[in-house]
Design a protein around this ligand. Structure first.
Ligand code: C2E
Ligand code: MG
Ligand code: MG
Length: 505
């Protein structure tokens, strides 16, 4: 509307100006000399002008079309980049998320027919740390290629970040179908990888969750379930896969609750030492006591170490707990007969603390407890994780005068080489062998062989889990020096000074 007003105003002003200055006359005078021109000439001019204008219009529209197509292509490229993992070329988290949403959204109440698998690599971090990110990156690229080669058309592989990958697998809902794929994938990733001159061995663990339908099923919920199953696969040995089960949710909640309460318990000093006698089998004299952790929770009551030690290790609390137990135990040991020793369990996680032996010595020094009366128990698995770290710590503890015992012998993976090269003083034969001695000839032979081997290596032996006189007698005949078990006494908050031997013969 304003445009129209401007056009009318300009036309009016133009007409007035032409009229005022008599420009109509001037225009007429100007056109007079051209009156002889033919109308055809004019037409030719008009036609050529029209053709020219058409060509210009066509070219312009072609140009605009090209620009539009280029823009579409650029947008497409950007979209692809936004959905692709730059390192491996696989789909990224966003892509996976979108695909899951689409699959769930297609039929939210009946979203069967596919599963989500999450896998991550075992032992990737040390390779990345030791050989650098360049090697780590190349390894991830090779892993992506190998994993991709195992998939069927229609399956989607994505890298979620770091060494974590996810998979959407179409399935006929048969577990075996997915199991086969998971097994193939894990086996292929456990084969060695070659990067230039370097040969790397990694492995993978996998968690699998089936889409089950229902409106509560979201990509997040599904991924979380696969994650829980992955966590289970890792805690149950790695290099394997697990399917999600509802019980896992409950387990995780329980674990989170225990961890929360445990932090409080450490602060409030609710974890106390219980003492179980270690008895000389020849003369039934109490030589010392094993210190066993008991958490006395204000409402739950006593909590067994089986329930909280692992969580304390994972939550980084075990060091504090262990040193607090030693402090409390040394306090009690003040009144004990001279030479009575304490046997303290040390977790594999604590071996990573280079200050461990200094911290222990500080406590002993303050309590006036002799280092020679402290025995340190470590389980065989501590040696498997990192034998060099374990060796350094063991050497340092030994150098300060403590004795070293290998706990639960026979259940782990320590080799004879470890026993020869590490400064142990004692083997503790695991209670499972001792308890089976009556029924199983194999167990008897094994216990006998362990005692003989131990002696030939210059080590003493303690048998755990002695519940009957018959076992105590047989172990004494086999040459075992020390016994521990309910026959002599259960773990108790106060160390028993004299034995009231119980149990069946
Ligand atoms: P362990 O060091 O092998 O301790 C021996 C376990 O066997 C104790 O269980 C003890 O109560 C039990 N036991 C002893 N004699 C008998 C018997 O005759 N029959 C039966 N059935 N059991 C017997 P507890 O106190 O439940 O400790 C379990 C495990 O928890 C310990 O095994 C040890 O590995 C760990 N643990 C306990 N306290 C600590 C601690 O302060 N630090 C660390 N890192 N681990 C600890
Ligand atoms: Mg022990
Ligand atoms: Mg033991």
């Amino acid at each position: 509307m304003p445009d129209l007003l401007v056009v009318i105003a300009v036309s009016l002003i133009g007409t007035l100006v032409l009229h005022r200055f008599d420009w109509f006359e001037a225009l007429y005078a100007f056109t007079r000399p051209y009156e002889s021109l033919q109308i055809d000439n004019l037409l030719i001019v008009v036609v050529f002008t029209a053709i020219g204008a058409t060509i210009i219009c066509v070219r312009r529209s072609m140009e605009m079309r090209r620009q539009y197509e280029q823009r579409l292509k650029a947008e497409g490229r950007m979209e692809t980049l936004a959905l692709t993992d730059a390192l491996t070329g696989l789909a990224n988290r966003r892509h996976l998320y979108g695909a899951l949403k689409q699959k769930l959204g297609a039929s939210p109440t009946d979203a069967h027919g596919f599963a989500v698998c999450i896998f991550d690599l075992d032992r990737f971090k040390p390779i990345n740390d030791i050989h650098g990110h360049l090697v780590g990156d190349q390894l991830l690229q090779q892993i992506a290629q190998r994993a991709q080669a195992q998939l069927r058309s229609g399956d989607l592989l994505a890298r979620l970040g770091g060494d974590e990958f996810a998979l959407i697998v179409n399935t006929s809902s048969a577990d075996e179908d997915i199991s086969g794929l998971a097994q193939r994938l894990i086996s292929s990733l456990s084969e060695p990888f070659r990067i230039d001159q370097l040969v790397c061995h990694v492995g993978a663990s996998m968690g699998i969750a089936f889409a089950q339908g229902g409106t509560s099923q979201t990509p997040d919920a599904l991924l979380q379930k696969a994650d829980l199953a992955l966590y289970r696969a890792k805690t149950e040995g790695r290099g394997t896969f697990r399917f999600y089960q509802d019980a896992m949710d409950a387990k995780i909640h329980e674990r989170t609750l225990i961890e929360l309460e445990l932090r409080e318990a450490v602060e409030q000093r609710q974890i106390h030492p219980y003492f179980q006698p270690l008895v000389c089998l020849r003369d039934s004299r109490i030589e010392g006591y094993e210190v066993l952790a008991r958490w006395i929770h204000p409402t739950w009551g006593p909590v067994s170490p089986e329930r909280f030690i692992k969580i304390a290790e994972e939550a980084g609390l075990i060091g504090e707990i262990s040193l607090s137990l030693l402090e409390q135990a040394c306090e009690q040991a003040r009144d004990w007969p001279k030479g009575t020793y304490l046997s303290l369990n040390i977790s594999p996680v604590q071996f990573r603390d280079p200050q461990l032996s200094t911290k222990i010595c500080d406590i002993l020094y303050k309590a006036g407890f002799p280092a020679a009366c402290l025995e340190i128990e470590i389980t065989e698995n501590a040696l498997v994780h990192d034998v060099d770290v374990a060796r350094n710590t063991l050497m340092s503890l030994k150098a300060r005068g403590m004795t070293l015992a290998l706990d639960d012998f026979g259940t782990g993976y320590s080799s004879l080489q470890h026993l020869r090269s590490l400064p142990f003083d004692k083997l503790k034969i695991d209670q499972s062998f001792v308890m089976n001695m009556s029924e199983s000839g194999e167990s008897r032979k094994l216990v006998k062989a362990i005692i003989a081997m131990s002696h030939s290596l210059g080590l003493k032996t303690t048998a755990e889990g002695i519940e009957t006189h018959a076992h105590a007698l047989r172990l004494t005949q086999m040459g075992c020096e020390t016994g521990q078990g309910y026959l002599f006494g259960k773990p108790a908050p106060q160390a028993c000074q004299t034995l009231e031997v119980s149990g069946a013969a």
